[in-house]
Each structure stands twice: as structure tokens, then as C-alpha cells.
Design a protein around this ligand. Structure first.
Ligand code: ATP
Ligand code: MG
Length: 483
């Protein structure tokens, strides 16, 4: 394992050097062997659970690691906070895998730092397992995401609304640079550090842009494209992030921070589960426009580097941000078309898609199941008849769009099978697993759910156990920024 600490080397303005605070009694609860294998991590790590628990609780450190807490700022629910940062996380080190890809290895829940404010620097076990389950589910679904290598219980109690068992989660990300990282330096007027961070980001994530006429403007465009891809993917599977603050928007385009996230059941764009999102700012259907808003905040932060002339910088940034909506719309319609087996979207297809979404909303149909049933209906007459009853004329029109030819139908079904999961991490199942794991301190329920979630486009023998809808259709479901 080739370890380095390049973010530390950016200088003291970017982070605080600080070691994790040791925990009382670390035990390895979840270990992601397939991720360790994929990143060729195992060679550099101990092979026994106790030693891994010591390492991934922060009690032991890899010899070459120099842990830091990174500083950032961020708009939280629209309000700018100039000083945030890793208040309960330690970036242990970076490592480079066999494909020359650099990764961050970070602990979360590993103790207080300069940026903790009133927080205790710790993480409860439930949210740690949620981050592990949800990020693995997203990864298997094909959605860009940070991932978890381990969850270690600490043997300590953390106090939230109630006393909870504590945990440390190990996160692997292609970096932890956030929109808020740029905002921090921009708000301070520290253009030198802003430039250092920008050069570092281009070098690390978008090296080909170095040769561009205006690399900073190109960086903004590249980040925007990655974010569009990400949000379209969230919309495809019904993921509601829940707290799309600019400090939770990674430049890499990976999903980060699973605090109050949830999955959409019954289709409604206004769906919100987060207890603190009373205004619905981060509702399912608001995610595209919030993403655009976040990209505008990144553009603002980068203005001094886009052009020396502020008017010219603003004009160029505005032109790019104005392009967000058409770029998004195209990717979004293409994605929805694929969910309906249509590989090229015509104007009439757009109307068909919109009509289906309207019907799903009116009839309170489940998002995942509807698309799964539509997929199956191409080869199963019983399901086709049922859907004809539910969706009326729309169903026949859709079948006409696909065509009568058996080759066309096969191609459509293949496309739909790749676009429509048979199973998602439904909120009630995730909650049940978290509760049982918390009570029993045992990983078996999480392992069983993960087995199914790791093959989300395939019916395994156990898949049916996790496909059902909650009895109350999640009407009473709430998530918390559960730190
Ligand atoms: N228990 C805690 N102790 C100290 N700081 C905390 C705690 N919980 C959250 N924070 C800090 O509050 C801010 C907002 O928290 P948020 O829940 O968005 O992030 P997070 O889940 O801690 O981390 P990340 O975004 O890296 O996944 C962050 O700066 C975070 O470090
Ligand atoms: Mg966060």
C-alpha cells in the first residue's frame, strides 16, 4: 500500500494536524473485504480482526499516516457558515491503488478537532451502519459514491437524544474536497490558498484540464457535469440525499454524507423524510435545482480565478451555470427513457414519460415497483394485463413506442433491466436492520441485507424478503441528521 499525505502538504491553512482520540474497547463489526481487495489494501493491513479494530478506530496508526482534520465552509439550508470542517473526522492518509488512482482513507467519529464546535467528535452506531449499508447499496446500483471499509464499535456511549453505542466508520473517497472547501478560502478573500486548492483539485481529479485555455472555468464545467450525472443517478433509483448543503457536495461527484438520507417509495416529487427539512428544500424533486444552486455557489467562489476582470469572470461563470438546466434536462430525460426501454428520446417520448410520472403521483404508485413491473410486463402477460388496468391507455401507448417486433422488445427489456432495480434499500428494512444490530451488537442482519443489495438488478432467493412496501407507505417515516 503506497501511502502519502498530499493534502497535509498543502499547508496549515487547509487542515489541522491531529490524531484520533483513542476509544475504550474497539471491535470490528463490519469489514468490506471486497473493497479492500479491489483497492489492493489487504497487503498493507494486518489480517486479524483485533488489529484491524485497533487501526480503524484510530487507536493504532499506520506508520506513514499523518492524520489531519480538513477545514471547509458551507451553505447549510441556504445559510452561509464560514467555518465548518471535520469536526469528528480524521483524514488518516491517502493511498494509491494498482491503477494509480489516489484515495482518501478517513475515520468518522474518531474524536474532536479544532472544528468540532459544540459536538463531541463522535458517531453513534446506527448512523455508522446506515452509511455503510446505503453507500454499498448505491455502489452496487451503479451510483458514484464514497464507500465504507469498516465500522468499528467503540465500547463507549455517545449521548444524543438517548444514550447510544458509539462507532467509528472508515470512509474511502476519491477525495474529501467539497464545494465548501473552495467557499472557505473565497469567503476569507485568501486567493492564494484558493488557487492552491484549485490547482491541487485539477491535478488530482481533472489532470487533462491543465492544458485548457481557462482551466478554472473548465474545472467548473467538469464538476457541474459530474454533479449532473450524480443527481440523475439519484433520481433514477429514488435516492433522497436529505442534506445537500454545499459542504456535503463533493467535487469528485461522489455521494457523500448519508446522515438523513432515505429512499423514495410512493412517487411524489415533494417527498421529504428529514426531520430538519421542514421547508422541503431538499425534497426528492428539488434535488436538480438545489444542485444547480450549489454549482452557482462554486462558481462564485472560483470567480477571482476565472478572470482578473470581475465582469468578464462573472459573465463566463453565468453562461456556464445557465447551461446547467439544458444539460441536466437532456441527461434526465435520457435516463427516464432508459427506465422505459427507449434508447433515443423523441419529443413524444418526453410527453409519455411526464404522463407516467403524473399518473404515479396521482395513483400513489411505488416508484421502484412500477418500473420493475413495467420491465417484467414485456414478457409476462399477467403483469401486462394488470398494468393495463392500472395505467389505462398509457400502457398501450408505451407498448407502441417500444414497437411490436420481438427484437425491439428484447432490446427494450434489456435496457430496462439495467435501469430499474428489483430491490432498493427500503427505509423500513434499513431501520429494522439498524435497530437489531444496535441491540445485539451483531452484524448478521446487516450482512443479510447487504447480500441482496449487492445484486440489485437480480432476483436472488432472498430478494423477495426485502421488496415489500412498508405498511404505512412511509407516511410516518422520519430521518434525523443523526450524528
Ligand atoms: N458529533 C459531532 N462532533 C463534532 N462535530 C460534528 C459532529 N457531528 C457533526 N459535526 C460537524 O458538523 C458539520 C455538519 O455535519 P454533517 O452532519 O453535515 O457532516 P458529517 O456527517 O459529520 O460529515 P461528512 O459530511 O464528512 O459525512 C461538520 O462540520 C461536522 O464535522
Ligand atoms: Mg457533512
Amino acid at each position: 500500500m503506497k501511502i502519502s499525505n498530499t493534502y497535509l502538504q498543502l499547508g496549515t491553512a487547509f487542515s489541522e494536524s491531529i490524531n484520533p482520540l483513542p476509544v475504550a474497547d474497539p471491535h470490528l463489526l463490519l469489514w468490506n473485504q471486497s473493497l479492500a481487495d479491489k483497492l489492493a489494501l489487504s497487503q498493507g493491513l494486518p489480517d486479524n480482526e483485533n488489529a484491524l479494530a485497533q487501526l480503524f478506530s484510530g487507536n493504532d496508526l499506520l506508520p506513514e499516516a499523518s492524520p489531519i482534520a480538513c477545514v471547509y465552509a458551507g451553505h447549510q439550508f441556504g445559510q452561509f457558515n464560514p467555518q465548518l470542517g471535520d469536526g469528528r473526522a480524521h483524514l488518516l492518509c491517502e493511498f494509491v491503488d494498482d491503477h494509480q488512482q489516489r484515495w482518501d482513507l478517513q475515520l468518522k467519529g474518531s474524536g474532536p478537532t479544532r472544528y468540532s464546535r459544540r459536538g463531541d467528535g463522535r458517531c453513534a452506531l446506527g448512523p455508522a451502519i446506515r452509511e455503510y449499508l446505503m453507500s454499498e447499496a448505491l455502489h452496487a446500483l451503479g451510483v458514484p459514491t464514497t464507500r465504507c471499509l469498516a465500522v468499528v464499535t467503540t465500547g463507549e456511549t455517545v449521548y444524543r437524544d438517548l444514550p447510544k453505542p458509539g462507532a467509528v466508520v472508515t470512509r474511502i473517497a476519491s477525495s474529501h474536497i467539497r464545494v465548501g472547501s473552495f467557499q472557505y478560502f473565497a469567503a476569507k478573500g485568501d486567493v492564494v490558498s484558493l488557487k492552491t486548492l484549485t490547482d491541487y483539485t485539477i491535478d488530482r481529479h481533472f489532470p487533462t484540464l491543465k492544458a485548457a485555455a481557462n482551466p478554472v472555468l473548465e474545472l467548473l464545467g467538469a464538476v457541474m457535469d459530474k454533479q449532473i450525472t450524480l443527481i440523475v443517478e439519484w433520481m433514477r433509483i429514488g435516492f433522497i440525499h436529505g442534506v445537500m448543503n454545499t459542504d456535503n457536495t463533493a467535487i469528485s461527484g461522489e455521494t457523500i454524507d448519508f446522515g438523513p438520507c432515505a429512499m423514495l417509495g410512493i412517487y411524489h416529487p415533494g417527498t421529504v423524510y428529514s426531520s430538519i427539512d421542514s421547508g422541503g428544500r431538499y425534497a426528492f424533486g428539488a434535488q436538480p435545482s438545489i444542485c444547480r444552486w450549489n454549482m452557482a455557489r462554486l462558481a462564485e467562489a472560483l470567480l477571482p480565478l476565472i478572470d482578473e476582470d470581475p465582469d468578464k469572470a462573472l459573465a463566463q461563470a453565468e453562461a456556464l451555470i445557465a447551461d446547467f438546466s439544458p444539460r441536466f434536462e437532456q441527461a434526465y430525460q435520457t435516463m427516464l427513457g432508459a427506465k422505459l426501454g427507449l434508447d433515443e428520446i423523441q419529443q413524444t417520448d418526453v410527453a409519455l414519460i411526464t404522463e407516467l410520472l403524473e399518473q404515479m403521483q396521482e395513483q400513489q404508485l411505488d416508484y421502484t415497483q412500477t418500473f420493475h413491473q413495467l420491465t417484467r410486463s414485456l414478457t409476462e402477460q399477467q403483469i401486462a394485463t394488470k398494468l393495463q388496468d392500472t395505467l389505462g391507455d398509457w400502457y398501450g401507448q408505451w407498448r407502441q413506442h417500444i414497437g411490436n417486433d420481438s427484437k425491439q422488445q428484447q432490446a427494450a427489456q434489456a435496457l430496462m433491466q439495467q435501469s430499474n432495480p428489483v430491490v432498493i434499500p427500503r427505509n423500513h428494512h434499513v431501520e429494522a436492520v439498524l435497530q437489531t444490530c444496535e441491540l445485539t451488537n451483531c452484524s448478521a442482519p446487516a450482512d443479510a441485507l447487504l447480500k441482496v443489495l449487492r445484486s440489485p438488478y437480480q432476483m436472488l432467493a432472498e430478494t423477495a424478503d426485502y421488496q415489500d412496501l412498508p405498511t404505512d407507505n412511509d407516511r410516518h417515516y422520519q430521518t434525523f441528521c443523526g450524528t
